[in-house]
Design a protein around this ligand. Structure first.
Ligand code: TEU
Length: 556
């Protein structure tokens, strides 16, 4: 086992974490100033969302220089200082690297636009659809649709051809078939390892090898076929991942490597993370965060707990013999879990945030805490579309309005699912702007910050924060939490999430009530009269569970 199998990670979205210079945007020095918070929580690893030089079309996921820090976030020297500050406290730093695409302002792409340039083949260029005038409606090479609405092909008048962008048009996809591209990216990653980083989070890494040649796919309501699903998991994916591992030294140097992999299943997750394959350490899968949606994230479907449990269990079982799971409910792309899966009303916010945490952190894998999740921060309630920043939400809104959908209905869907829910500033204390900035925050601070903030929660032993702290400590303490076999109980139950973890003679029982209604103790559960209660959300007493109560027992 590697060190990271027993670790807990904490994700920082730098623009929203802490602003040290009053410009309203979080920065690296802000993180340096708050390392104590991470130490108090007890996490082992920081995953830093992109801080590279970027035009910020997608808040840093559009990189124009892989080897420099964006001036809005600080300097390379600040980053060195952060790495040193974390290492001095026993924490590791993992860089989020986006290598499926670059910014269209990256010098490589600028050069690639020249048809005769040596870098032409570094990106994916195609001529217009036969019989169509280039640049006219419908002339795109295929009907591929980008993840952020509209075609995934952008016309470049300079060369009369189109380039592929699975994400925004300012995020052209690199051509991984070209060995020079791969060599250059591996070189860049080695440079970061030499600088002291402890691993990588690899953005949409299963999209680097694409299914070719691009062809028209089944059209959705907008006439387009979702490119992300259409081209992902291409034929050379395993080859590229193994090559990257060998060239950068993932396995050899015991780096913490997590690949983001939308649109895969448990079998693929196992194949990427089986140590024998020497590809990735673990992957972020999506099935469990898609159970409350229809065909797209914007089609809301009420959560069925049995469906969520089934998908989580599928990965637990599927990666038991080989491979390793990542465990997450939140990140910078997802709504706040207490508002989404829990109950953020005053009566149940604290209990449900704790119960979601217990349910996730007792699973087998590496848990991730997204900034503010440890406080039980809620969705943003931003209001009108003008309050939003995220290009995904704004582009979806504009497209849907143009198709005649009522704005009010769209805003309620966006309020539930927008990525901006996770991106409002971290709430540090009850002072103005939640202590995030002395200036004007780039995205509004959640109005509930006087109540939900780090200072208040650190001072309250019953807070969501201290519950997370206990769960993290429990993982460090008990081998059965890190490595015990998972077994789901009461799979069909729509309000109780119950499972055991077993390692040799050691056995834990997790019982979580995912509902506001109290629940009788199910007779099929193991007897707990002689069991030790390790962590609970409520004062222990009767067996019957209160609304959103959860408990972890060590069975005798
Ligand atoms: O996300 C990839 C991804 O699958 C998401 O775009 C997802 O489709 C969307 O967020 C659902 O709402 C990664 C990053 O996490 C995301 O922030 C970037 O926007 C994206 O890649 C492009 O780099």
């Amino acid at each position: 086992m590697a060190w990271w199998h027993g670790a807990v990670a904490y994700q920082i979205y730098p623009r929203s974490f802490a602003d040290s210079n009053g410009d309203g945007v979080g920065d690296l020095r802000g993180i340096i100033n708050h390392v104590d918070h991470l130490v108090a929580l007890g996490v082992d690893v920081v995953w830093l969302s992109p801080v590279y030089r970027s035009p910020m079309d997608d808040n840093g996921y559009d990189i124009s220089d892989y080897c420099d820090v964006d001036p809005s976030l600080g300097t390379l020297a600040d980053l060195d200082e952060l790495i040193a500050a974390l290492h001095a406290r026993g924490l590791k730093l993992v860089m989020d690297v986006v290598i499926n695409h670059t910014s269209d302002e990256h010098p490589w792409f600028v050069e690639s636009r020249e048809p005769g340039s040596p870098k032409r083949d570094w990106y994916i260029w195609r001529p217009a659809r036969p019989g169509f005038e280039p640049g006219t409606p419908g002339a795109e090479p295929t009907n591929a649709g980008s993840a952020f609405s509209g075609p995934a092909w952008a016309y470049d008048p300079q060369s009369g051809e189109y380039y592929l962008h699975v994400f925004s048009r300012k995020q052209p996809d690199l051509n991984w078939e070209n060995p020079e591209v791969r060599a250059e990216l591996y070189q860049m990653m080695r440079w970061w390892v030499e600088r002291g980083v402890d691993g990588f989070r690899l953005d949409v890494i299963n999209v680097i090898s694409k299914t070719y040649p691009p062809v028209d796919g089944p059209p959705g309501p907008d006439g387009l076929c979702y490119a992300l699903a259409q081209v992902a998991n291409g034929p050379r994916l395993h080859e590229f991942l193994a090559e990257m591992n060998a060239e950068v030294g993932f396995t050899q140097k015991e780096l913490f490597v997590v690949g983001e992999t939308p649109g895969i299943n448990a079998e693929l997750a196992r194949s990427f993370t089986d140590p024998v394959a020497r590809e990735l350490g673990m992957v972020f899968t999506f099935e469990h965060v898609e159970v409350d949606q229809g065909d797209s994230k914007w089609e809301l479907v009420p959560l069925q707990l049995s469906a969520l449990k089934a998908t989580l269990a599928e990965y637990q079982y599927g990666l038991e013999e080989a491979g390793w799971n990542s465990l997450y409910f939140e990140n910078h792309d997802q709504a706040r879990s207490v508002s989404r899966f829990g109950d953020d009303s005053p009566a149940f916010r604290v209990a449900s945030a704790k119960t979601l945490a217990t349910s996730l952190h007792l699973l087998k894998g590496t848990p991730y805490v997204y900034q503010g999740q440890e406080l039980g921060m809620t969705n943003a309630s931003l209001g009108g579309i003008e309050a939003y920043n995220d290009l995904e939400s704004i582009r979806f809104y504009n497209l849907a309005v143009s198709l005649g959908l009522p704005s009010e209905q769209l805003l309620s869907v966006i309020a539930a699912k927008s990525r901006d829910n996770a991106r409002t500033p971290m709430c540090w204390d009850a002072s103005e702007n939640a202590g995030f900035t002395t200036g004007t925050p780039w995205l509004p601070v959640n109005t509930n910050y006087p109540e939900i903030n780090a200072a208040a929660e650190l001072a309250d032993p019953d807070s969501v924060f201290h519950h997370y702290r206990k769960l993290i400590a429990l993982r460090h303490e008990l081998e059965v939490v890190r490595f015990g076999r998972f077994d789901l109980l009461l799979a069909e139950d729509e309000s109780l999430f119950c499972y055991t973890r077993t390692l040799a003679g050691d056995r834990l029982l997790v019982v979580a009530n995912w509902s506001a209604a109290p629940a009788d103790w199910p007779s099929v559960l193991p007897d707990v009269t002689a069991a030790e209660l390790l962590v609970g959300t409520h004062p222990s007493g009767e067996l019957r569970l209160a609304g959103w109560e959860s408990r972890v027992y060590r069975l005798g």
